[in-house]
Design a protein around this ligand. Structure first.
Ligand SMILES: [Zn+2]
Length: 62
């Protein structure tokens, strides 16, 4: 994985919408699996915005 100058500590997750790995995941929900720890779901910034789970819910795209 390439290192970018000034980048935050590496944290990647897989987008629940498009399935791609993103280095800037946005938390969009938590799935309670019943046993064990809840699974936090992430989306890439693009899909987080598209599905309305972005940092500003008022910023709807219609
Ligand atoms: Zn995505």
């Amino acid at each position: 994985m390439p290192r970018l100058p000034g980048a935050r500590p590496s944290f990647t997750a897989w987008c629940v919408h498009c399935g791609r790995q993103t280095s800037a995941p946005v938390e969009v929900g938590v799935m309670d699996r019943g046993s064990g720890a809840p699974l936090v779901q992430y989306a890439c910034p693009e899909d987080a915005t598209r599905y309305g789970a972005g940092p500003s819910p008022a910023d709807e795209i219609r």
